[in-house]
Ligand binder design. Structure first.
Ligand SMILES: [Zn+2]
Length: 69
């Protein structure tokens, strides 16, 4: 598992950086991790499911917005 995934599994508040040029952390939008520009993460469904299970992310939960750090 890469370091981003390890961090995500270890810390429920950890968010990966976006993969576009917006210089922020991704937001959990209830289905995937996204950016305000429309970029979305490409994590496979199995990883997303494992992450939700690990941290008991409630169904329908969304982050408020995008953090810079
Ligand atoms: Zn972006």
């Amino acid at each position: 598992m890469n370091i981003v995934r390890e961090n995500m599994m270890a810390d429920p508040d950890y968010r990966p950086y976006v993969g576009c040029s917006c210089m922020s952390r991704a937001r959990w939008n209830g289905k995937t991790f996204d950016c305000r520009c429309g970029w979305e993460s490409k994590f496979e469904a199995e990883f997303i499911e494992a992450w939700k299970q690990k941290h008991k992310i409630p169904e329908g939960y969304k982050d408020n917005g995008w953090r810079r750090h």
